[in-house]
Ligand binder design. Structure first.
Ligand SMILES: Cc1cc2nc3c(=O)[nH]c(=O)nc-3n(C[C@H](O)[C@H](O)[C@H](O)COP(=O)(O)OP(=O)(O)OC[C@H]3O[C@@H](n4cnc5c(N)ncnc54)[C@H](O)[C@@H]3O)c2cc1C
Length: 356
């Protein structure tokens, strides 16, 4: 495995901003990951694991350490009763894997069609969309513990999944390098049509009488996502983003009631259990006057999706940060609610690092 120097990271991210990595390697096996970790130790360098760079904001100064761009490939399958187990290399492209499961008529990840990034990136923030989360089907995660260089395995419970969270971006952030993810999918299972947008799509469709197939569900999800700029497309500047930049904030019932009392229109909200309420980040942002198509120099808000901060061309990480802070400040001033960002920040001073 070659270790290269001074590699520009912008082209490895979907936002297309950010400086250089001092060192850069592309491990294709678990052994190569361990070799790279040993090399970084010998040179006293920090290590950062890069998947598809689709949930990442790299600073303009870049990263003074070793970036491991995961290239472990392979999709193996085996039957297990009415389940089919897929053991997938962390470097496989996520949507290639989803397409394969749909072709095989195995249910469980069809609503996650079109999400960019690698398979190894999905457990980190428990990727989800259209009513489905990867935590519903992940059976096991294989990883290297960077503190001991040992191979370890986590079953579903040990991953500590919750909304956009797991142990891998929470209590153990940065400790484990995921090398393989095993998914237990339902052979010949039905798709999950739980989300309003999907239900609406199919209720508008006269062509489909009964339960849609997995392939029809995948196509529907891709169509809906494209309309929101949520499928990577070189010809669509609205997709030059890191997806949803802000998480939906969770507040106490009392805080929600205060916001609702001060609003002349109904405040969209969802029960989040334990006297908590989840608010819609997009709605909060729009109420401050920052709407789709908002422009701030070379960055802006997607014309199709309020939560997507986009690089309109030639933006720097500093430009993205300025827009992020503007949105957060306006929502804080108007509602007293703190919006937390979803993407991982690499190469910033500690105040910009956000612990989920
Ligand atoms: C257009 C667009 C649409 C999106 N839509 C959605 C969506 O619908 N739902 C959703 O949840 N997300 C969405 N995202 C965000 C993103 O695609 C996911 O979070 C994705 O899983 C990130 O994977 P990645 O390989 O690109 O990770 P990166 O962005 O490369 O890395 C993100 C974090 O994961 C860590 N990481 C990555 N791989 C590994 C590994 N093998 N081992 C250990 N740590 C690792 C990195 O160190 C980093 O901390 C979207 C992004 C874009 C650009």
């Amino acid at each position: 495995m070659q270790i290269r120097e001074n590699i520009k990271l912008a082209s490895y991210t979907t936002l297309k901003v950010g400086g250089n990595a001092s060192y850069f390697a592309e491990p294709t096996s678990t052994d190569e990951v361990i070799d790279a970790l040993r090399w970084a130790r010998e040179h006293s360098l920090p290590v950062f694991v890069l998947g598809g760079g689709s949930n990442l904001l790299v600073s303009d100064a870049g990263f003074n350490g070793l970036v491991l761009h995961m290239a472990i490939a392979g999709i193996d399958t085996r039957a297990d009763g009415d389940k089919r187990i897929y053991s997938v290399g962390a470097g496989e492209e996520w949507d290639t894997f989803v397409a394969r499961t749909v072709e095989d008529n195995c249910a469980g990840v069809e609503c996650l069609s079109g999400i960019p990034g690698t398979v190894g990136g999905t457990p980190v923030q428990n990727v989800g969309a259209y009513g489905q989360d990867v935590s519903e089907t992940i059976a096991q995660v294989s990883a290297i513990d960077t503190t001991t260089l040992e191979r370890v395995q986590f079953d579903n419970e040990a991953c500590k999944f919750s909304y956009r969270q797991s142990r891998f971006n929470g209590c153990d952030s940065g400790r484990y390098i995921l090398t393989q993810v095993d998914f237990a999918l339902r052979a010949d299972g039905e798709p999950k049509i739980a989300y309003a947008d999907l239900k609406r799509h199919f209720s508008n469709s006269i062509a489909i009488a009964a339960v849609p197939s997995l392939a029809e569900t995948r196509e529907a999800v891709l169509t809906i996502r494209r309309a929101k700029g949520m499928v990577l497309d070189e010809n669509d500047a609205d997709s030059r983003s890191a997806g949803s930049f802000f998480k939906n904030p969770v507040v106490s019932v009392a805080e929600y009631e205060q916001i609702a009392a001060g609003s002349s229109v109904p405040v969209p909200h969802f029960d989040a259990g334990q006297d908590l309420v989840k608010l819609a980040a997009a709605w909060l942002i729009e109420q401050t006057g920052i709407t789709k198509g908002f422009v701030l120099g070379p960055v802006g808000i997607s014309s199709k999706h309020t939560l997507a901060l986009i690089n309109r061309g030639g933006a720097t990480a500093a430009d993205v940060l300025e827009l992020k802070k503007t949105v957060q400040r306006k929502v804080r001033e108007r509602f007293g609610v703190e919006l937390h960002s979803e993407p991982v920040m690499l190469g910033f001073n500690s105040p910009e690092k956000e612990c989920p």
